[in-house]
Ligand binder design. Structure first.
Ligand SMILES: NC(=O)c1ccc[n+]([C@@H]2O[C@H](COP(=O)([O-])OP(=O)(O)OC[C@H]3O[C@@H](n4cnc5c(N)ncnc54)[C@H](OP(=O)(O)O)[C@@H]3O)[C@@H](O)[C@H]2O)c1
Length: 351
């Protein structure tokens, strides 16, 4: 049987994404072949395509952090899972494909009746948001938080989960995202026309308890200025390394796996050394999953439950076929995408 997948064989712009047709992969011992129903498109995919994400694989590779699909074939030594079952996974790369083979331990069951595109939107964005709120920042009801990129995938998840936790929320966004931010319970701050540090102090007096910083670099330092004494910046992204979806230099030069991490390290150390009891902590979904895989499964299952109960509702910006992955990356690069872009299979779900 043949299938298609997207391949990146050089670091660069959206035209580095190529659709290839090949034989379907066969599951090895302990693996399960999954027919992908929905694969999320996210900024970390764009950063890997440009070669600037710390997790960037060697070339050639298939992008795609998260997927929802149907169990299609079992390898040897696999038990307790049936063909036809709907499952979710965070393989970090590889999800832009019709079929993928994954170790059985990577799969998390998806409750019946969920829409695959909504379910996939929960994996990377909501687990990131949930763990940053409840495991890194340990927020308490009534606390004030500032969310950067609040109309984006992770930002809108932080707003929805922050509302459930009864937080007072401020969110930076461009003017295009302002209504989405207020609809989700945040007070929008236009990052293109307002100084967010001044605006936070004008509105709150002493600042916020937590800032979720997806921008990275020197922006982390500005976020620290928006904190009240004793507050915390949770730094988790590198959006500032991109301009219109390309590396800011405009010239991807290879795999910059460690540069960003060393910059984060400097800020974390600075948070401890400087006065003001203001800390900078780093959050990484992939590292927490590697170190505490049970937490990832537990938190994702809790989020699927919230989705089933309609307590969260991911914003889906657009559903596109796999063959339009390049267009999806162009859209992310243009900016102003509210919520999640999802690559969906043309075949109906079996479960
Ligand atoms: N550490 C982790 O485990 C982890 C997990 C998931 C994601 N991430 C990171 O999180 C970041 C966001 O990912 P995402 O998928 O949510 O991206 P996204 O959906 O593209 O959202 C990014 C948002 O940031 C806004 N933005 C751009 N520059 C900004 C600035 N200077 N100030 C405030 N907002 C700005 C954009 O608004 P406009 O388009 O309107 O300008 C957009 O709404 C990425 O850096 C990604 O790598 C990290």
């Amino acid at each position: 049987m043949r299938h298609t997948r997207i391949v990146v064989d050089r670091y660069g712009g959206p035209d580095a994404l190529r659709l290839v047709e090949e034989e379907c992969p066969e599951p090895k011992d302990g693996e399960v072949r999954v027919r992908v129903l929905a694969a999320g498109v996210s900024l970390p995919d764009v950063m890997m395509r440009e070669g600037i994400h710390p997790e960037t694989p060697l070339l050639p590779f298939t992008p795609g952090w998260d997927l929802v699909g149907v169990v299609d074939r079992l390898g040897d030594a696999v038990s307790g899972i049936e063909p036809g079952q709907m499952v979710a996974a965070l393989p970090i790369h590889g999800a832009y494909a019709e079929f993928v083979c994954l170790a059985q331990r990577e799969l998390v069951p998806v409750p019946c009746g969920l829409d695959p595109a909504e379910a996939v939107s929960v994996i990377l964005n909501y687990v990131t948001a949930y763990q940053m709120l409840h495991r890194s920042a340990k927020v308490r009801r009534g606390q004030r938080v500032l969310i950067h990129g609040a109309a984006g995938g992770v930002g809108s998840a932080l707003l929805q989960l922050g509302r459930l936790a009864e937080l007072e929320m401020y969110g930076t966004c461009s003017s295009r995202g302002a209504s989405a931010v207020s609809d989700l319970g945040g007070i929008p701050i236009d990052y293109q026309h307002q100084d967010f540090v001044e605006e936070i102090h004008r509105r709150t007096g002493d600042g916020v308890d937590v800032v979720f910083d997806s921008i990275g670099g020197t922006h982390i330092w500005r976020s620290r200025k928006a904190l009240r004494p004793g507050g915390k910046v949770v730094a988790y992204g590198l959006t500032g390394s991109l301009h219109q979806g390309r590396v800011t230099s405009g010239r991807p030069t290879g795999r910059h796996r460690f540069r960003a991490i060393s910059i984060f390290g400097l800020y974390i150390a600075g948070g401890w050394v400087l006065p003001g009891r203001k800390r900078v902590v780093l959050y990484s979904i992939q590292w927490l999953k590697r170190l505490r895989p049970a937490l990832f499964r537990q938190d994702l299952s809790a989020l699927f439950d919230l989705l089933r109960q309609h307590k969260i509702g991911p914003l889906i910006a657009q559903r596109l076929p796999l063959s339009e992955a390049r267009h999806a990356h162009e859209l992310l690069g243009e900016g102003g995408v509210t919520g999640k872009l999802v690559l969906v299979s043309s075949e109906p779900a079996l479960a």
